[in-house]
Design a protein around this ligand. Structure first.
Ligand code: ADP
Length: 210
């Protein structure tokens, strides 16, 4: 409603505004759009926490492929090199796991610094869970911020450093991993890169791998 009325005012009275007025107006419009995106994202988090769809065996290679095809344009634009080892089958919600890969890889593309992004995806079995990693060679994160970035609306980097979102991607990832009974964290060397880790349960019927 705020956006619609701002649009209406702009159409009808826009020409009466001087340059400064138009500048203020642009801020208001941008603010209303941002607010809409924030509310939508919060709703998405609520959807994840209340989701009751059962988890199923999911081939993480397929899920990664889906995530990459959604990011295809960004990958081409940034000249990124993305590699992955053979990934396991895990007990998951396929759409949600796709979302986790999408958000992590999209961040690795965004916060890559000056060189073309180089990203590597891997998974290691530890006990009855698989630990996935998404590693980049980007701008990195200072140790004091590594926990904060998972908070809703928390952003460290400004628009000039590549931030286009609203600081909710990682909160969504953490919520999804949490719903799967897993854990998520990041290890980073500022200036050298970051590796995001998350764990997912192995399918019930799968024996220990040697
Ligand atoms: P957004 O990307 O929309 O700002 P996120 O929740 O995905 O929100 O990320 C929160 C913040 O964490 C980002 O604004 C950025 O400062 C930092 N961040 C996330 N991923 C990376 C990464 N791969 N390298 C460096 N910083 C990152």
């Amino acid at each position: 409603m705020v956006s619609s009325y701002l649009q209406l005012i702009e159409n009808r009275y826009g020409e009466m505004l001087d340059e400064e007025g138009q500048e203020f107006f642009a801020y208001a419009t941008e603010g209303a759009q941002r607010m809409r995106r924030m509310v939508k994202s919060l709703l998405r988090i609520t959807e994840i926490t209340t989701d009751t769809r059962p988890l199923e065996p999911v081939d993480a290679n397929t899920v990664l492929k889906d995530a990459l095809s959604d990011l295809e344009l960004k990958i081409q634009d940034t000249n990124a090199e993305i590699t992955a080892n053979e990934l396991p089958t895990v007990q998951a919600d396929p759409q949600q796991l796709t979302r986790v890969f999408q958000n992590l890889i999209s961040n690795a593309l965004k916060y890559s610094g000056d060189d073309p992004p180089r990203i590597h995806v891997d998974a290691t079995r530890t006990g009855d869970v698989w630990r996935f990693s998404v590693q980049d060679e980007g701008i990195g994160i200072k140790p004091r911020n590594t926990a904060k970035i998972f908070n809703v609306f928390h952003q460290l980097h400004g628009r000039e450093e590549g931030a286009q979102g609203i600081g909710i991607g990682l909160a969504i990832c953490e919520e999804i991993v949490d719903r799967h009974g897993g854990r998520m964290w990041v290890e980073s060397d500022p200036g050298e890169g970051s590796t995001f880790f998350f764990t997912m349960p192995a399918p019930d019927d799968e024996g220990e791998e040697g």
